[in-house]
Write a protein that binds this ligand. Structure first.
Ligand code: 1HN
Length: 348
């Protein structure tokens, strides 16, 4: 941290000392202090785009190599190029592309990791969460809160692909992971499709229903139809200079994020609109759902088309420029940072 380098004699003495204390599992703070407490976030992750046109074939190839049942989940993990081997897209988030073919089931299990899905491609799949099935349609944002039973199936006649977002690295960091498999491949259907949305997602909740702030929402599907209608309706107004028209998904019973560890957002960038540079401490995974846009991240430009995925690491300044009107989904660890009083943003 001091500007001057030690003389060779001191270096040798210190090195020998470090070796001696190393034998007692100790190490000097002063050699690492700057890296431990940086002036501002210095994420080891890099900005990176996965163009769906390029990766779709790779995903389909997996469908010829292994069944969903054998794989348990047939997923290609999107690994940050700077964090290879760690199964993560940022230091705190996991992302993957999951494929389910006609007639397949991904068997029921549950785990303490929370999951979100964004449906990208194909029709005819369903997912079941704690006894209720929902048909997966493109653009639907679906959640699987921690420790809820979930299984997926495809009763249609085309492959279905969605993006999985999980808080795996957070749970791993805390060494708090539990998981179990169900005895049967799929859960018994306990309630008709649409039940949760009717009970908890229609501006009302059951009369005696109250939740704690960290409780996940009982609404487990946020249909694209509703998201799109909301964004289109507000797009007539003045866009925010940094976001265009940006909404956050909430647990309607609390106003908090749908799950305690991950926030999700949907935003419409009007045609021809350019957002001002923005950065925040939550590294964010963006997916282009409609239209196309250029996103510049710290000087690199990514041309985003439908179903493309882009990761923007913590404190990386980014800016959108939409040719045609574009809609982006995104998710991040923001609720964790906010709960801990760590979250910051900067609007240039
Ligand atoms: C999982 O349960 C799913 O249920 C997807 O679809 C990806 C990655 C790691 C651990 C569990 C799913 C997963 C996962």
């Amino acid at each position: 941290m001091t500007g001057h380098a030690p003389d060779p004699e001191s270096r040798l003495q210190r090195k020998a000392y470090y070796d001696r204390i190393g034998a007692d599992s100790m190490t000097p703070l002063w050699e690492v202090l700057g890296a431990l407490v940086p002036h501002q976030p210095r994420s080891p992750a890099v900005a990176h785009q996965w163009a769906y046109a390029d990766v779709r074939d790779r995903v389909m190839e997996a469908g010829r190599l292994i069944s969903a049942a054998e794989a348990e989940r047939r997923v290609l993990i999107l690994e940050n190029p700077a964090l290879r081997g760690q199964s993560c897209i940022t230091q705190s988030l996991y992302a993957g592309l999951q494929l389910i073919l006609p007639g397949e089931v991904a068997p029921a299990h549950r785990h303490t990791q929370s999951a979100l899905r964004l449906v990208l491609d194909g029709e005819g799949a369903y997912t079941a969460v704690d006894g209720e099935r929902t048909t997966m349609r493109r653009g639907d944002f679906i959640i699987t809160p921690a420790w809820t039973w979930h299984d997926h199936g495809n009763t249609g006649n085309e492959p279905v692909v969605w993006l999985d977002g999980l808080d795996i690295p957070i749970v791993r960091f805390l060494d708090a992971g539990f998981a179990e498999k169900s005895d049967s491949d799929f859960q018994a259907v306990a309630r008709p499709e649409g039940d949760a949305l009717a009970r908890y997602g229609s501006n009302m909740v059951p009369v005696d229903f109250y939740q704690e702030p960290a409780d996940p929402t009982r609404v487990f599907v946020y249909p694209w139809e509703r998201t799109q209608a909301s964004l289109k309706a507000i797009a007539g107004g003045t866009p925010d200079p940094h976001f265009g028209h940006k909404q956050r998904y909430v647990n309607p019973a609390t106003g908090r994020s749908p799950m305690p560890t991950m926030a999700a957002f949907s935003q419409l960038i009007p045609a021809g609109f350019e957002t001002r540079p923005y950065r925040c401490t939550d590294g964010t995974v963006y997916v282009c759902l409609a239209g196309s846009a250029e996103v510049s991240v710290e000087g690199s430009t990514f041309r985003m088309a439908e179903n493309d995925v882009l990761v923007v690491p913590s404190w990386h300044s980014h800016q959108f420029r939409a040719g045609s009107e574009a809609i982006f989904f995104s998710y991040s660890d923001r609720p964790v940072q906010q709960a801990l009083g760590l979250w910051r943003e900067h609007r240039a």
